[in-house]
Structure formats: C-alpha cells, structure tokens
Design a protein around this ligand. Structure first.
Ligand code: ATP
Ligand code: MG
Length: 865
C-alpha cells in the first residue's frame, strides 16, 4: 500500500502512482485532503487510476508499506496502525532529508532531488518497467510541480534526466500545462475583479496591508491560485482576501514578512497556516465582523510595542479622598471608576461608581469617599510596553487598570480594551459565541435511570433530599462537572459537585440542619460543603459568573444562571449538568455540545480566549486527553499551540501549575500525558533545555512499570510526582533543576534529586557479585531505587529487584532469635553476623536456613542446644 499525507501535493501523488507501476499489486491510499492540482489530475486520469486507489475502509493487512514524499513514518504508522504487522516491509521514497536509519524491514530511498517522483522514475528506468504515454504524463506532472517547472533552486540534473526519459516515453506537455496552469474561469475572474475593486489599504507600523472583500452566490474553488494576478496584492507586505459565498466565508492571507504572521492571525478565527500563507473558513459571522476583527488584530500587532500611555484613556476623574460621597453624585453618573488621590494629588486607589451609587441609595452618603477606596489594585506605569500588560490580564481579574506617572494618576485602561488591543477580540462573550459558532439549542435528556444505576442508592437518596429542599426554597440544583461527564462515560467517580441557581449556602444550611449533617461554608465564595455520616463530602456552589471583580474588593461573586456558570468552565465535556431539583430530577442538560464531544472523543474549549484567560487549562487539556484517550479538537489544538507559543504558561500561577502537574503524574495514563506535553512543547516551556529523546522515553515508560512493581512487591508508596520530575530533568544540572522545582513549589522533590545525584556515581561499574551490588544499594531509599531501576540497564535493574525481594525474605533465613537460641549473647555483633550470612546467601554460598545454621555453627564454633 502506498501512503501519502493529508493535503498531499502532485509530487506525492505522482510518486505514489510510480510505485504502482513498479509494484502492480500496490494500491494508493487516498487521504481526505488533496491539493487542487491533485484533484484535477485525479479527474483527468480517472480511468487510469480506478483500480489503483483504495479507501481506508477497504484496507486489509498490509504486507508492504510505501511512503512517498514524506519520511514521517510515525504519522503513517498511526494512520494505518491496525493493518500493520511485524512483518510489514516499509519503503520510504523521499527527497527531503530524514533522520531515519535503515534497518531490517525499513528501506530508505532518499536523495536530494527536486522531486520525489524523480527517484521513482530512476527506479523505473533501472528495472526496465514499460510506460504508456499516459503513465509518463502523470509522472512528469510531479516533477514539474515540485521543481516549479525546473526553475526552483532545488532542481537537479537528475530531475531533468527523468523528465527527458518521460518525454521520450510520450508524456504530453499540453496536459501538464493545463493542469499546472489551472486556467482561470469566468466565476473566478468575477471574484478577482471584486477583490480589486474593494481593496482597502491598512497601514500598520511601516507595513502596508490590504484587506479586500468579494461576494458570490456559491463557493468558488481555487481562488487562492489566482490572487497573485492582482497587482496591488503583489505590491504590499501582506493581504487578506475575504470571500463571502452566501454566508460561508473564506479568508485567504498572504504575507511577505515575518512581522505579519497571517497564519497566526487567522488561527484566532479557527483557521491556520504559517507566517507567509494562511486561510480560514468561517460560518456565522458577517463580513464586516471579520473585517473589524482583522483590523483590530492588526492594530494589536501594532500596539504590542507601543507604550501604555499611547492606548490609555486620559480623561480620568480624580477626587480627593476626603470628599463626601454625596457631592460626587453627578460625577459617578458619567464614569465607571474614579481615582482617589491625597492632598498632593498622588494616587491612593480607585472607587467604583457602582458601589458609590449603591451607598447613596442606601443613604450612606455623608462619609468621605475614602471609605470605599480600593487600594490594592494593579497599576501600570505609563511607560510600560502594552505587551507586558498581558500577564496582568491573566493573573488579576481587575476590570480597570489605573496608569500612573511617578505616583500620580494619568490615565486608565480597561481590561476589555486591552484584550481587544492585544488579541483583536471582538467577540462579545455575554452573547455566547463559542467555538463552534453554532448557536446550539440546549439538549435535554432523561438520565434518571442512568443516574440511579451509576450512583449508590444512599447517594441518590441524598440528591433527592437536596432536590426537595431546592424546590421548596425556589432554587434549582444541578449535579455538574467531572461526575456528570463520568456518568455519561460510565466511569467511577464520587466527587459530587452541585451548583445551585439561587443560594447554595442557604440551601446547605437547610439541608444540613434538617438531617443533622456537618457543614461549613465560605460566604465570600458562595460555596459550601456538607459531610455525610458516611464521610462522603458534597460540594455546593452558587451559580456564578466571575469570582472577583477586584482583588479584595466588593461583592466577590456575581450570581448567574446555570448556563453562565457552565460557560466559564474549561472544556465542553465538563459542561454537562444533571438537574436534581425535585420536579425535574434526573434531566441531563447539554448546553454546549458536551455529549457530542464525549461521543466523538474530543477535548474542546468553549471560546477562543479560553487559554488566554486561564493558561492552566493547557495542562488540563492534555491531562484529560491523555486520561481518556481523547483527541484535542482542531481549533482547540491550534489555540493551545498558540497559547504555548505566546509563553502564557510562564505567567500562570505557579501553585496551580503545581497542582495540575501533580495530578498528571498521578494519573494512570501518565506516559500518554507526558507524550502530549512533549508534543505541544509544554515541557519545553516549563523546563528550559528540556529534551525528549529515546532514552528519556524509555526511562519514563519503565518508571511507570517500576512504580507498580515497587508498590506491589514492596508495599512502598512511591512519590510519583518527584520521580516523574526526576525522569524529566535528570539530564539537567542540579542547580537548574532546583530552580525549576522551587519555582513550581515542588521543593519537596529536591530530596529525591539530591539523593539520586549523590548515589548515581556508584553505578558506573556494576559488580558481578550480588553481595557487592547489594552493598551498593543497601542504604538507598526505595524512592531513589525506583528511579535507578528505571534508569539503569534492564539487566541491572532486574538484579536490584531480585536483591530487594531477597531482602524481604531475609527474616525467613535467620534471625537474632536464632542466634540467641544458639547461645550467643545479644550484642552489636548480631547485626554483623546476620549481614554476613545474608551476603553469603545472595552469592549462593548459603542456600537455605539449614545451611545458614550449619555455617554459623562452624564459623562461630557453636553448638546447637
Ligand atoms: P477530575 O476527574 O480530574 O476530578 P474534574 O472535571 O472533576 O476532573 P476538577 O479539577 O475536579 O476536574 O474540577 C471540577 C470542575 O471545575 C471541572 O469539571 C471543570 O468544569 C471546572 N474547572 C476546573 N478547573 C478549571 C479551569 N481551570 N477552568 C475552567 N473550569 C475549570
Ligand atoms: Mg473532580
């Protein structure tokens, strides 16, 4: 079977075809995505190809796997893994350099030619395979395309020779030209004309950018191939063409400069690409919205290097702290925040108009504004670069940031404006535009039965009691989060989280008092916890929108609907709720397509800024993906990568990173999670100089097994967190590791690192004799041994395990009591004697208890009583 990659180009396809000429039984597995020229070619050569292509569903065991124009063996193997056997022979034909080495089943044909097809044509010549003119044409297409009709630098004389041979065999240049030219048709011309007419220039920094729009009734394919015809597009640094086909909008972006990364810009719209070329397809937004979005993000790029003073709002209102609140009545109608200053005009803090209005309403207005000052706010210096403000967006939940110059207030920036400036955000989250951009209707399902099957009866009874009280109180109560997800997935989980629309604390008070249960609550977080007599804990929270409006300030949580509460969660699979209110007990509510995503096995965030709002979700995404074997959704993956690229993890609160990593290292699928952390460069971000090579992969895999071994055989509870950290960092100098451990509050783990480094040297030479090896490991802590056994060769680690097992049996061999019975007086010598015997036992000089007693008698001239 011939494997070609998703989105394969003509060179890949021609090469694949060449393989079928060399090996007539070989079939080409067509990927889902093909480049436009490949599609054209397949159309043109339908008859020739009919019997040569195969779909995935028709695959059976693959005897021989050909990869063409790629040496990404991993991806190929993943894609057809179910059909591979140990005997499958693998042939790779590629003209890109590759790190692979040939081995038993793996054959490599890698040459630095302009096209991969060239390598195959050479093989055809060598083998004397007969070609029909049509075969020759098809092959020639690949060579022409990848060498840019022999004009790219990578073209070699081999390519020309191969082409000459194909021409001799009757290849038809007319066909090659029509396919490669992709003639422009009427409809395409119409679009191009509109794009020219609607050009708008958009200068950013010293760069010139065009945004242009065109409309059509139907989708017109392959426009991108013709955009180079538009002269103004050629002249600017970057352009975006927005094509609206009855609501389905495609955007094509091209750039000549790394300063304008069109792939990244479009990735915020769910598209992607690299700096020079990108595209996105969008439904549910208007052309104008998209234009505004692009403009905003371009402005954002512009503003990144600017100073805060360039974007701040200057017209701020300052009042002296002794001013009486009621005098401020008019002022606070106009602005949401006022600056409170001292007599010299220096910044003291801010006051929220909203709060002042409330206090006036309650008649508390005869006091100085000082009483309502919030002074622990994050402030910006006016000279700070805008990009630097980013970390404050994440770490604090302030809505406004005062800007100061030497302690005097000079302006203010709002959180929303900063987000807009930095991330081109134009979405209004209150309006529920989440990633799917579909406005989905909530789904309601009857989960009564399933709930009752899944949870123990006594828990169901409690939930029902809660539901009854909720109903009586006029509240609604829902089971939410991980437990609902796990009920749907039929996984064990008894972390009971309940969200109350209404007042969780009031509900808990009634419920706990009625039943005489223990409980406590946090007024400021609007959460509570009840402990049942069985010890089971139930967590309650009031449905809410935001945790803080200001650090340390006023009402800390804003009540909200269950939907709003679920909307602020991390992934769609965690947004399911099962209502337990008496009149609707057991109804599952799915607002955000969580059920579909569980079924499709994907992790998806709810909106574009999710990772920016909370970078810890990056770690949670890979943890859930690893644990459940789920994929990460396409857009989610893109935004995750983006968030990693933007170093957002580095500004995430260290304590929360610690928690998430600790969870991950304690997960059963820890190695899968580590692979994902590596794949998304998360580890590289957390650990400078991190490398993930074969050795480390092996250590991590062995560590997982070794932990199980130690826990089962030696009943030793292994510190998994410290051990995995060591597995990830043992290649780094100790002081660097310490820094990282300190930064993420893993200081407890330092001990293991220190011990490992102090004993590591002892294993440079491994003694033959068991007794000597035992002497080396004897005083080493089990946690260190776990790691050593994963790190040293298999053979040595097996010996160590053997010795540890023997050590467990030491008592069966001989004890101090035996010595006493033999007439020896207890003394420090006992230990030495026992040790001496044990070492002999390890070397096989003493085989059992009988021989041990024998030896004792001889050596110490003792007589059994
Ligand atoms: P687990 O099975 O690991 O406990 P869980 O989904 O219950 O998984 P928790 O960490 O217990 O995860 O969190 C409970 C719920 O709180 C989650 O289901 C999720 O909806 C929400 N949550 C937790 N962390 C975040 C976060 N960083 N951002 C948004 N929502 C979160
Ligand atoms: Mg949980």
């Amino acid at each position: 079977m011939v494997y070609i990659e998703e989105g394969a180009d003509l060179d890949a396809f021609s090469s694949a075809y060449g393989i079928t000429l060399l090996y007539p039984e070989a079939k080409i597995l067509l990927p889902h995505a093909l480049s436009p020229t490949v599609r054209l070619t397949i159309n043109r050569f339908k008859d020739l190809l009919e019997k040569k292509v195969i779909r995935k569903k028709d695959l059976s065991k693959i005897e021989r796997l050909f990869l063409v124009d790629t040496s990404n063996l991993k991806r190929a193997q993943q894609s057809v893994q179910n059909y591979l056997t140990e005997k499958t022979i693998i042939d790779i034909y590629d003209h890109h350099p590759s790190k692979l080495k040939k081995s038993g089943n793996l054959h490599l044909y890698i040459e630095k030619t302009g096209s991969a097809t060239t390598i195959i044509v050479k093989k055809i010549v060598e083998k004397g395979v007969q070609l029909k003119p049509e075969d020759a044409t098809l092959l020639l297409l690949g060579i022409y395309e990848d060498t840019g009709s022999f004009t790219y630098n990578i073209t070699t004389s081999e390519d020309l020779k191969a082409a000459a041979f194909l021409l001799e065999k009757g290849a038809d240049l007319e066909t090659v030209r029509t396919i490669l030219e992709r003639r422009i048709d009427e409809k395409q011309i119409n679009i191009v004309q509109q794009l020219i007419e609607n050009i708008q220039y958009f200068p950013v920094k010293d760069k010139k950018i065009i945004i242009s729009v065109a409309y059509s009734k139907e989708y017109i394919p392959d426009i991108s191939a013709h955009l180079h015809l538009i002269k103004p597009f050629q002249e600017v640094d970057a352009f975006f063409a927005i094509i609206n086909a009855s609501g389905k909008i495609s955007i094509i972006g091209r750039s000549k400069t790394k300063d304008i990364n069109v792939g990244k810009i479009l990735s915020f719209l769910g598209g992607g690409g690299h700096y020079a070329a990108g595209s996105a397809m969008i439904k549910g937004m208007t052309t104008q919205e998209i234009k505004t979005y692009l403009e905003n993000i371009l402005i954002g790029e512009f503003y990144r290097d600017q100073k805060i003073s360039n974007i701040m709002y200057r017209n701020v209102i300052k009042v002296e702290k002794s001013r009486i609140i009621k005098e401020l009545k008019d002022i606070i109608q106009k602005v949401p925040v006022i600056f409170v200053v001292n007599r010299e005009g220096k910044f003291e803090g801010i006051a929220l108009s909203k709060v002042l209005k409330e206090s006036i309403r309650h008649g508390i207005d005869d006091i100085p504004v000082e009483n309502f000052v919030i002074d622990n706010v994050v402030t910006f210096e006016e000279s700070m670069p805008v990009a630097e403000a980013e970390k404050y967006l994440i770490n604090s939940s302030q809505d406004y940031f005062p800007v100061l110059r030497k302690g005097y207030p000079v302006g203010i920036v709002s959180r929303n404006y900063l987000l807009k400036v930095l991330h081109g955000q134009v979405f209004d989250f209150e309006k529920d535009i989440f990633i799917t951009r579909e406005r989905i209707k909530p789904k309601y399902l009857n989960y009564r039965e399933k709930l009752q099957q899944h949870l123990p009866d006594d828990v169901i009874q409690e939930l029902k009691k809660i539901g009854v009280i909720a109903k009586k109180s006029g509240f609604r109560a829902y089971l939410v989060g991980g437990i609902v997800r796990d009920i749907v997935m039929k996984r064990k989980n008894l972390d009971i989280d309940i969200i109350v629309e209404g007042d969780a604390i009031e509900l808990v008070k009634r419920y706990a008092k009625e039943n005489n249960y223990r409980y406590y609550y946090f007024e400021e977080f609007m959460t509570a916890q009840v402990t049942l007599p069985s010890g089971l804990k139930i967590d309650f929270a009031t449905a809410r929108k935001e945790i803080y409006e200001y650090p340390g300030a006023y009402p800390k949580v804003r009540k909200a609907s269950i939907k709003e509460d679920l909307y602020r969660r991390d992934f769609t699979i965690n947004t399911l709720a099962i209502e337990i209110t008496e009149d609707n007990f057991g109804t599952l509510i799915d607002f955000f397509n969580g059920l579909r995503d569980i079924k499709d096995k994907v992790i998806r965030i709810l909106h574009q800024l999710s990772f920016i709002e909370d970078p810890v979700r990056i770690l949670r995404a890979v943890r859930f993906a690893g644990r459940f074997g789920f994929k990460i959704g396409k857009m989610t993956e893109r935004l995750l990568k983006l968030a990693v690229d933007e170093n957002l993890l580095l500004v995430a609160p260290a304590g929360r990173v610690n928690t998430e990593l600790s969870y991950s290292f304690n997960e059963e699928k820890v190695t899968e999670i580590i692979y994902l952390m590596n794949k998304y460069k998360i580890l590289h971000q957390l650990i400078p100089e991190f490398v993930f090579d074969n050795k480390r992969e092996e250590v991590i895999n062995r560590l997982r097994d070794m932990i199980v071994t130690f826990e089962i055989f030696f009943g030793h509870k292994v510190d998994r967190v410290a051990n995995y950290l060591l597995a990830l960092m043992y290649h780094l100098p100790l002081d660097i590791s310490y820094q990282i451990l300190d930064r993420y509050h893993f200081s407890n783990g330092k001990q293991l690192f220190k011990l490992f480094f102090s004993v590591k040297g002892r294993f440079r030479r491994i003694p033959e004799k068991n007794s000597e090896l035992y002497r080396i490991i004897k005083n080493i802590k089990k946690d260190v041994l776990v790691f050593l056994c994963s790190y040293l060769s298999n053979e040595v680690s097996e010996r160590i395990i053997y010795l540890l097992k023997k050590e467990e049996e030491k008592k069966l061999l001989i004890t101090g009591n035996d010595l006493k019975e033999l007439g020896l007086k207890p003394s420090p010598l006992f230990k030495e004697i026992l040790e001496d015997i044990f070492l002999k036992y390890l070397d096989g000089e003493i085989k059992n208890r009988k021989e041990a007693l024998e030896y004792l008698k001889n050596k110490y001239k003792l007589n059994a009583l």
